[in-house]
Design a protein around this ligand. Sequence first.
Ligand SMILES: *Cc1c(COP(=O)(O)O)cnc(C)c1O
Length: 415
Amino acid sequence: MNLFNYREGELFCEDLPISQIAETAGTPFYLYSKNTLLRHYGRFESSLAGIEHLICFAFKANSSLAILKVLADAGSGADVVSGGELFRALRVGIPPRKVVFNGNAKTEKELRTALDCDVLMFNIDSESELNLLSRVAREMGRTARVALRVNPDIDPRTHPYISTGLKENKFGIAIENAVEFYKQAADMPNIEVVGIHKHIGSQIVELSPFVESLERVIGLVAELNQLGLGLRFVDMGGGIGITYDNEEPPSFEEYVSAVRPLIRNSGCTLIVEPGRVIVGNAGVLVTRVLHVKTTGSKKFVVVDAAMNDLIRPSIYGAFHRIIPVKYRDDAARTMVADVVGGICESADFFARGRELPELEPGELIAIMSAGAYGSTMSSNYNSRPLIAEVMVDGTQQKVIRRRQTFEEMVALESF
Ligand SMILES: *Cc1c(COP(=O)(O)O)cnc(C)c1O
């Protein structure tokens, strides 16, 4: 569900025509619908009614302050993976007790900062990291609450780069070694073991990997409780998929119904770390067609956005729907083309061999479902300044990040 819809052949974001927003914002730009964001968050929140829970939005999906602020005001916590994301969480006023610190490469400095502000818990990825945290906490005279990240060895059946819960992946500790690791952790100075964490991957469109991995984790919780460890939090991670093309991911309601009995039996508070499912379909990338060219038998639509702005097609071969911002009268005429940017890489494409309406230079197109892992993965490659981001609320539009200037792009450099 999202609020990007056509009205009389013209694509709107909520109650504003996108062509009108483009006139003031310039292209390319990311465009977000505030009410789509709120609806997604609200639906997840209400499906979780009756379960002790905390939603920790995964900042890595989109960490624009305005997006975070909308979610923070709606009550969201934060899943952060770096000192920078923790900084953003504090900046938008998320209470540290709603922050979980994830990641497999936390530095000593990051651990200190997070201990200092007393985050809810650290999700620990390795023995070595736990040793470091224990030492730092002891030096600071603090106690670190931790969950251990277990790898349940479940195939999430998603793209290999975003699959994280298989034995061969770099994350977490093998589930068969978990009990031993927990016993060790419980005896470590300045460490309080409070939970268990798993995250098996992203863009998961079936229910069964979530359920099977949770069953393994809950089995472990029971075993640990018998040893007197008394865990309080089960952190399911994120990973719920969205519809980019014609996927049919589980709804929030289906997801929650499936995990509810398992969580209830465990007696723990449920933590979820959704990213993509909250923000993915709440944002699009608006770009202008610069050229349409034919080489041999191929047609290319060259646009003013590029892989540095949205890299998902390049690295995951990801599919994004591409639609015109205005349907022309002859919209029935279609063409098959690659949609490409202006970067000197053949991986710089948004679509290949795609059937599109006939497009002409100057027209605007929207690359859909670009709200997650779009802006956050962008770069200055080819010295292209970071693009603007705009948020719409009803009939109001607001630039939430202005376009970077050339001067800003080189501001940190010297010669
Ligand atoms: C990436 C990630 C998430 C968010 O994943 P989505 O697929 O965007 O929901 C949550 N938790 C952890 C540990 C992650 O690495």
